[in-house]
Write a protein that binds this ligand. Structure first.
Ligand SMILES: C[S@@+](CC[C@H](N)C(=O)[O-])C[C@H]1O[C@@H](n2cnc3c(N)ncnc32)[C@H](O)[C@@H]1O
Length: 509
């Protein structure tokens, strides 16, 4: 889009106060919740009789409704209807205008504080009322927000967003990185990303090409990708959506991205990805670990849930806009189930991958990050905003993993403020049958604990060293302190890595 059109649009969006808060106030909480479920009717009804510029722009660009040209002219006084047609933002049919893209405000709160942007993408299924086109460019979906929220805080030099789509991850990266390269296989996606970047006056180096081709020979301190990881049957008649399907068999696209990271991460650089892995004859999470190990990368893999093949098929067939009852629906389910059966796939894991190139310090091999875990509880929306937690957990790992047991015992630890202890008793019993430590934030972890560990954790207020607490608890329980230490220290390590126990700031050993 020409710079003068972009500047005019930016001016009009600002004047209209086209912001998340404004729209929420205009359409109210019920419509807001309905939009989250893909239902625009309550919002359309709420905005019908409103003539504020933000209401008109929302009807046009968020809800995808036809709007009177005179209203559009009033809402875009600088750009004008002709300018908006020139900029390919809308089409005019007689006295009515209809948007050709989705343009909406987006709010962010992260470690750097609050910010907001305008994001351009294709109109979604809610606005078009039909199945998506194969080269659909995604707006901000659940996965986009999850990955954006997981991005680690902290200044970095060069950053890469692989498969940028509308540019959402790249905008987040630009808050921390000196330079952001964003790639995509789709020229349409790069056009949207350029518009998003231009509207928000963020500088992105946009490059066209598949996977790492556009960055051959380059290295980055941070790589982020929400890659097209959706496992899709390679059969005629199955729609191939560029935004989610990398054109490979099974989960091969994700393994290819992981393999490619090694050549593109600077020493100590971190990549954060989302992805799926198949469970067949082998455990899916273990396969993902193997991808990381083969690439020579440190890893922290978190599986948030698994789905069976039928549930997976339903999820992605509906995501493409085909519902049960549509003639294509059942043949598509068949195609997915045939594909999974052919490889003996019995479940599909969904996870977050954090991969780190070795070489950040001359640290001992002990400190290498090698964690693969399954979450205790589904996080849902709570996954957003976990970047700060991840970053603290990484720091805890680097501090703790290099310590032997004496080093660990010398630490002064404290219980994180979001941790509670639950005790369950058989009726009438004096002693609890089950004790659980529960994390209120972060990954909402739960740890079953025994009497000794509960006592140790309870005493961790930063005053005494862990070693002193262990001696005192051994005396209290009348057990051998060497045996207690051998039993408890590995559990304490896990609690530290999970963020339930923290190293007390400023404590002496
Ligand atoms: C799931 S979307 C993610 C978009 C955006 N980054 C986000 O988080 O919402 C995946 C993106 O990868 C792009 N893509 C698909 N195949 C690709 C390939 N082989 N190389 C690079 N990008 C690809 C798609 O065009 C799409 O924009």
């Amino acid at each position: 889009m020409h710079a003068h059109l972009l500047a005019a649009l930016r001016a009009d969006l600002s004047t209209a106060s086209f912001r998340v808060d404004t729209l929420r106030e205009l359409w109210g909480p019920m419509a807001d919740a309905a939009l989250g479920r893909g239902d625009r009717v309550p919002a359309a009804r709420a905005l019908e009789s409103r003539d504020e510029p933000a209401a008109i722009l929302a009807r046009l660009f968020v809800l995808g409704l036809e709007v009177d040209a005179s209203e559009v002219a009033a809402a875009l006084p600088t750009l004008g209807v002709a300018g908006a047609v020139d900029a390919e933002l809308l089409e005019q049919h007689g006295g009515l205008c209809v948007a050709t893209l989705d343009l909406r405000p987006y709010d962010v709160i992260d470690a750097r504080g609050a910010a907001w942007w305008w994001l351009a993408s294709d109109l979604g299924e809610m606005a078009t009322g039909g199945a998506l086109r194969p080269d659909h460019v995604l707006g901000v979906g659940g996965a986009s927000s999850t990955l954006a929220g997981l991005q680690l805080p902290g200044r970095v030099g060069r950053a890469l967003d692989l498969g940028t789509g509308s540019g959402i991850q790249a905008l987040h990266l630009a808050r921390e990185a000196e330079e952001v390269v964003a790639t995509d296989i789709s020229t349409r996606a790069l056009d949207f990303a350029a518009m998003t970047a231009g509207l928000n006056e963020v500088s992105l180096d946009l490059r066209l090409g598949s996977l790492f081709e556009p960055v051959a020979g380059e290295r980055f301190d941070r790589i982020v990708s929400n890659p097209p990881f959706v496992i899709t049957p390679r059969r005629p008649g199955v729609p191939e959506y560029e935004y989610r399907d990398g054109g490979r068999v099974g989960d091969a696209l994700l393994s290819e991205v992981v393999a490619g990271l090694a050549e593109h991460l600077a020493p100590g650089g971190v990549a954060q990805l989302l992805g799926n892995w198949e469970y067949g004859a082998r455990d899916g999470l273990e396969r993902a670990v193997e991808w990381a190990e083969e690439a020579g990368l440190e890893y922290w893999l978190i599986e948030r849930e698994t789905q069976d093949p039928a549930a997976y098929a339903e999820t992605w067939i509906r995501d493409g806009g085909t519902r049960p009852g549509h003639p294509d629906y059942e043949p598509l389910v068949d195609a997915w189930l045939d594909d999974f059966e052919a490889r003996g796939v019995r479940a599909i894991g969904f996870g977050y991958l954090l991969l780190r190139a070795p070489g950040r310090t001359a640290s001992a091999p002990l400190a290498a990050l090698a964690r693969a875990e399954r979450l205790d509880a589904a996080l849902g929306d709570a996954a957003a905003g976990l970047g700060g937690h991840l970053s603290e957990a990484l720091a805890a790992h680097d501090a703790i993993a290099a310590l032997d047991d004496d080093g660990l015992a010398a630490l002064h630890l404290e219980v994180a403020p979001d941790v509670t202890e639950e005790r369950h008793y058989w009726p009438g019993d004096e002693h609890p049958t089950v004790m659980t430590l529960r994390q209120g934030g972060g990954f909402r972890r739960e740890f079953r604990v025994g009497t000794a560990l509960a006592a140790v954790v309870g005493a961790c207020d930063g005053e005494l060293s862990l070693g002193s607490i262990l001696v005192a608890v051994a005396a209290l329980l009348d057990v051998d302190d060497g045996a207690l230490r051998a039993e408890i220290l590995p559990e304490v390590r896990e609690l530290c890595l999970g963020g339930l126990l923290r190293i007390h700031a400023g404590a002496a050993s």
